[in-house]
Design a protein around this ligand. Structure first.
Ligand code: HEC
Length: 215
């Protein structure tokens, strides 16, 4: 026996093959012994979900994962203290204090709301100067997400793919100011995507308002 993992590998390969062939929800159904003629229970009937994993896989025909993130909403919940810790990274090139010197990058005091490429005495690239306008919350987020993609040719190379991290950083940057900007208003919560129930919802709305208040 050269490979003690031989049978484990075979088993793993089989499982992967099954997954690829059936897909996860169908496999879950197959494993618990049922083959319901290819169809699940009528969608409107709302059976109790015995298997959360199957329930999750069926929900909303995959639309939820693609829901766009509202930056203002993330920003509203972002902790500036966490951003302060992250900003340690920026300090190798930027000073953050009021009146701080320019270094490899410009001083960042009051950068939220400041005109792009406008700090006294810093030699900005033509690319950043050409961008124009002010540093809004959204533009800072785009710049920090991928500076080179947002402003090709800018001298700064930074990438923060995680929106929570950008929000923390920007929430912190906003505190570095004599007059911090008001945070943008979060977009109203998206309507839950419960397609089968949507038509019944109007009928039920009237009753929800009449519910007695309980104390
Ligand atoms: C390796 C050096 C370096 C690091 C690290 C760095 N930056 Fe920069 N940053 C620069 C340079 C250089 C510029 C000027 C870019 C230009 O002129 O194109 C700049 C410009 C900026 C600007 C535009 C400022 C203005 O006046 O228009 C912002 C905002 C900014 N950086 C934020 C950050 C933040 C936040 C971090 C930390 C997460 C960070 N930077 C980390 C080098 C750096």
């Amino acid at each position: 026996m050269q490979d003690p993992m031989f049978f484990n590998k075979i088993a793993a390969a089989l499982l992967v093959a099954l997954l690829l062939f059936f897909g996860l929800p169908q496999l879950a159904t197959a494993l618990r012994g049922g083959h319901h003629g290819g169809g699940h229970e009528a969608e409107g009937a709302h059976p109790f979900p015995q298997y959360p994993i199957e329930y999750a896989a069926e929900g909303g025909s995959g639309g939820e994962a693609a829901a766009p993130v509202d930056f203002a909403t993330v920003l509203a919940g972002a902790d500036p203290k966490a951003g302060e810790r992250r900003a340690a990274l920026c300090k190798s090139c930027h000073t953050l204090d009021k009146g701080g010197a320019n270094g490899t990058g410009p001083n960042l005091w009051g950068v939220v709301g400041r005109a792009v490429a406008s700090h006294e005495g810093f030699n900005y690239t033509g690319a950043l100067k050409a961008a124009g306008g002010d540093w809004t919350f959204d533009r800072l987020s785009a710049y920090l997400e991928n500076s080179q993609a947002y402003i090709p040719g800018t001298a700064m190379v930074q990438r923060f793919p995680k929106v929570e991290q950008r929000a923390e950083l920007i929430a912190y940057l906003n505190t570095l100011s004599d007059s911090p900007m008001a945070l943008p208003t979060p977009a109203p919560a998206a309507e839950p995507a419960v397609e089968p129930a949507a038509e019944d919802a109007t009928a039920e709305e009237a009753t929800t308002e009449e519910q007695p208040a309980e104390h």
